[in-house]
Design a protein around this ligand. Sequence first.
Ligand SMILES: Nc1ncnc2c1ncn2[C@@H]1O[C@H](COP(=O)(O)OP(=O)(O)OP(=O)(O)O)[C@@H](O)[C@H]1O
Length: 359
Amino acid sequence: MSTDGTTDARAGGDPLIEFRHVTRRFSSGRGSAVTAVDDVSFTVDKGEVYGVIGFSGAGKSTLIRLINGLERPTSGIITVLGHEVSGLSESKLRHVRSRIGMVFQQFNLFQSRNVAGNVAYPLRVAGWGKADRERRVHELLEFVGLADKAKAFPEQLSGGQKQRVGIARALAVKPDVLLADESTSALDPSTTGEVLRLLRRANEELGITIVAITHEMEVIRSIADRVAVMDKGKIIEEGRVYDIFSNPRDDGEVTFVGSALKDRPTPEDIGRIRQHTTGRLVTVSLKDSSAVGSVLGRAAEHGVAFEIVHGGMNTTKNASFGLLTLALEGEHHAVQRFVETMKAATPVQEVRDGEEVPR
Ligand SMILES: Nc1ncnc2c1ncn2[C@@H]1O[C@H](COP(=O)(O)OP(=O)(O)OP(=O)(O)O)[C@@H](O)[C@H]1O
């Protein structure tokens, strides 16, 4: 990662995907219209994992369908792999689509074909010869850890195994981009981890760029480099996952991503904490834990006593970080000076009693 907050890949050239003021409106038939994607602009760089998160109806599926040209924008410009797809004919679009793999929530496997047959399908369509197909299918099944299942049929596989076949198939023709549409939403938590690790390997070992749309924060936290939060068709927040997760905001406003962290105290937690302390409550970021440790080590010199009342560690794709909530006891000005000293070392957020923390 470079110091200006961009990915290393960006230095290598133009973005792989670019949306400029893209809007997609659907008419509902009775004269009213739904704006599924509303004046959205973003870029995805080569080699990065870009996550899009939002509630149902936020416009995520429409956004992903705009990338592979299954939807056309009402207005705005979409460039994918150097082509302005918003203006391409259907035959030219097919060429761009052949460089984009797709992973679906419900796997979309052919039930009548075995695993090898499913993975070989896009290779057949692309005109690969039999020997090359067989070699490639074997290579892909090795990559996804299903070499022993080549002859099995989808109905004989677990959900996680089906999705691994789906990923092998999506990677078959060596696409530049993988679009993952709620790829783990149909899976249980342990299988979700297995599929996310595989997507991460596809990104890191094969260098494939991934756009993952999801309503699950876990997907964003564990594989995305950057995240866009969608709400009612708009991107309402965007940034590097590590920065968004690890910076509690000073103004007390809790962001969509930040609100999903389990290591901030809920109002119920605050109620319990208040039963045994009247101290000032602050949440400090452990982005640089040695700096925080040395400040806390000097609390007594400031005439301040602290107690750790809440906290935990999180791991994102790129790094770990934690949030620690402290109760600070001491003379008002001493506590204030100590908070200022902490703020010089790390982001600090006040915890207000009775504060509503959206979950
Ligand atoms: N073909 C269509 N015709 C009319 N309205 C549509 C069409 N496709 C999507 N919409 C509307 O656009 C809005 C965004 O839908 P979209 O499916 O993109 O959201 P989403 O975030 O993917 O939600 P979900 O996770 O439930 O699929 C919704 O109000 C939806 O009803």
